[in-house]
Design a protein around this ligand. Structure first.
Ligand code: NAD
Ligand code: UFG
Length: 354
């Protein structure tokens, strides 16, 4: 089934198929939902709000001046999914819903296998039943494990993950491959994200982690705003140029645009297509701290700490395949990532609850 390309804004009533966005109230999902609305798509968001707030979607509507449909519910609820697919003409699904905290996944593997793996299988069953075969899945660079060299291209082998979260991503990728082999009507994009950071330039939507953040960017911005005392720099003895971990940080708005490009691309393809979504540039933890201090004008207090178990030294993408096949590349640089994060953090010190 082809995904209807969005009509110009004065033709909105002619849109016949909609995009279902699972996990659309979350960090990446909300920015992608905004991009979809801005591009003229009709959007239905399904989210159980376990790690988000419906306020993000109110703000998405405010920024875009457009409306979306929100269903609070779980991707594991097959009855609800069947109802959704029966009552709406859905052309494609962007599947963000799932749990993503690496450390928590070690403590609560069942939650991760249930929400991520069972949820994805359930979603695909409902899609097949409804004859909807276009799917964009949120995968992760974590599936590459510890690659032998940089940059990482899609042809690199996947590797045994070091934690249950990573396992769920690899298992889902594998079963989506099997699914596509079993039925040529499937057209699936596996988008392997590198490290999403940043926020919409309005300062209205951004990353709002529950409790103490695990990731560098939200942790650092909470130190800068005074909510947390200091940042721990996990390891200064890595074989990198300054000894700290190197990652490919990508602005969430670039990531959102990547989803629109993938959505368009899979409407002309079948089978599984894998694309890295990264910038192709690696920055160290210390470089990130300096860039954030410059952009925010705030000092970030930090202490050197032990390496965090499971971390790799460096990880950055070869984004050539996405550029060649999707015509997409990340356009926003480190300063914009830092400035936008800081604007969001300052305006929303308590996330969406503030
Ligand atoms: P997020 O937690 O902000 O968003 C995920 C959303 O899914 C949340 O709104 C949550 O409430 C919802 N959700 C969780 N389980 C659900 C369920 N069973 N049914 C319905 N909704 C459910 O996370 P994010 O950073 O926006 O990540 C989105 C996707 O991208 C996830 O699949 C994540 O694993 C993947 N990813 C994220 C990163 C990252 O660093 N943020 C990196 C690589 C991949
Ligand atoms: N780091 C610190 N201090 C912190 C947090 C992180 O020094 O408080 C360091 C880490 O050691 C690493 C870098 O900052 O070198 C980035 O760490 P993040 O936790 O922000 O991100 P990761 O690269 O560990 O993992 C993220 C997502 C994963 C995803 C992976 C690849 O959390 O889900 O990117 O896409 F799998």
């Amino acid at each position: 089934m082809l995904i209807n390309t969005p009509p110009s804004s004065d033709q909105n009533s002619n849109i016949t198929s909609k995009i279902l966005v699972t996990g659309g109230a979350g960090y990446i999902g909300s920015h992608t939902t905004l991009a979809l609305l801005n591009a003229g798509f009709n959007v239905i968001v399904l989210d159980n709000l376990t790690n988000s707030s419906a306020e993000s979607l109110s703000r998405v509507q405010r920024i875009s001046g457009k409306t979306l449909e929100f269903i609070q519910g779980d991707v594991r609820d097959r009855k609800l999914l069947d109802h959704l697919f029966t009552t709406h003409s859905i052309g494609a699904v962007l599947h963000f819903a799932g749990l993503k905290a690496v450390g928590e996944s070690v403590v609560k593997p069942l939650d991760y296998f249930s929400n991520n793996v069972v949820g994805s299988v359930n979603l695909c069953e409902a899609m097949a039943h409804a004859q909807v075969f276009n799917l964009v899945f949120s995968s992760s660079a974590t599936v590459y494990g510890t690659p032998k060299e940089m940059p990482i291209s899609e042809s690199f082998p996947t590797a045994e993950p070091t934690n249950p979260y990573g396992h769920t991503k690899l298992i889902i990728e594998d079963f989506l491959q099997s699914l596509a082999k079993s039925d040529p009507r499937w057209s699936i994009a596996l988008l392997r994200y590198f490290n999403p950071v940043g926020a919409h330039q309005s300062g209205l939507i951004g990353e709002a982690p529950n409790g103490t953040p695990n990731n560098l960017m939200p942790y650092m911005s909470q130190v800068a705003i005074g909510k947390l005392k200091f940042l721990s720099v996990f390891g200064t003895d890595y074989p990198t140029h300054d000894g700290t971990g190197v990652r490919d940080y990508i602005h969430v708005l670039d990531l959102a645009d990547g989803h629109l490009s993938a959505l368009k691309a899979i409407s002309n393809r079948t089978g599984v297509n894998i694309w890295n979504l990264g910038t192709g540039i690696g920055y160290s933890v210390l470089e990130l701290i300096r860039a954030f201090e410059l952009a925010s004008g705030q000092a970030v207090t930090y202490q050197i700490a032990e390496r965090r178990p499971g971390d790799i030294a460096e990880c950055w993408a070869d984004p050539t395949k996405a550029a060649d096949e999707l015509g997409w590349k990340a356009n926003r640089g480190l300063t914009e990532m830092m400035t936008d994060t800081w604007r969001w953090q300052q305006a929303n010190p308590e996330g969406y609850g503030g």
